[in-house]
Write a protein that binds this ligand. Sequence first.
Ligand SMILES: [Zn+2]
Length: 74
Amino acid sequence: MAVEKLTRQDIMFLMVSKCPICKKKITDEKKGPNFPFCSERCKLVDLNSWFDGNYTISSRIPDEEDENGEDLTK
Ligand SMILES: [Zn+2]
């Protein structure tokens, strides 16, 4: 009786994923070309941080949901 082994990719796919940049949960429908990032924005943030030669983000990248909202609290 053969037991099918799950590949690493299968396990990754079954797990609830979180974006490494903004820690947002990535649901199945959001898994796309930008996976494991939630969006192109986060993918670019990650890329840029490597291009800069260090892993610090100099300017705050607003969350996608805040894109249209100005920060009026200050
Ligand atoms: Zn993200």
